[in-house]
Design a protein around this ligand. Structure first.
Ligand code: FES
Length: 161
């Protein structure tokens, strides 16, 4: 199901909380992304106004930092590690398995907006390689059965969060 329309009142109240704050741009964009799962393009003009910047500057910052997205993401965002420690422990086949299971390539979101598949250079969990995250939860020592069970769990949780 496509994400609901942006609650503009909520968006404006977040922006107002950061108005004229020095060095507030990045925290403001983070707060918006935290609330909506992405930085909606409609936010750019108001953010620029609150920060006393040009909209092109705000857009440039959003584009520069890979952590910001201007597209809605899935309910479950999977980040599969492609780092060296995970690679040597079979991370590549874990990624391939997930791609096949979800029918997604890196950076893609399922048409029902349930899953987004991303990769990361290192999740900081090398000691449990191969590792991945789903939203804020870490999963390590991944094996094909474990991946199947994790994906099943998130499919079951549909609509619960
Ligand atoms: S290399 Fe995968 S968590 Fe660090």
């Amino acid at each position: 199901m496509k994400p609901a329309e942006i609650d503009k009142e909520k968006l404006l109240s977040i922006i107002e909380a950061y108005r004229n704050k020095k060095w507030g741009l990045i925290p403001l964009l983070q707060a918006i992304q935290e609330e909506f799962g992405y930085v909606p393009p409609v936010a750019v003009e108001s953010v620029a106004d609150a920060m006393k910047m040009y909209p092109s500057h705000v857009q440039g910052v959003i584009t520069f930092y890979a952590g910001f997205s201007t597209e809605p993401k899935g309910r479950c965002v999977l980040k599969v590690c492609r780092g060296t420690a995970c690679h040597v422990k079979g991370g590549k086949s874990i990624l391939r398995m997930i791609q096949k299971d979800l029918g997604l390539k890196e950076g893609e979101t399922s048409i029902d907006y349930q899953f987004t598949l991303e990769t990361a250079a290192c999740l900081g969990a090398c000691f449990v390689a191969p590792a991945m995250m789903v939203n804020r939860d870490y999963f390590g020592k991944l094996s094909p059965p474990k991946v199947t069970s994790v994906l099943e769990q998130y499919r079951k949780d549909k609509g619960d969060n």
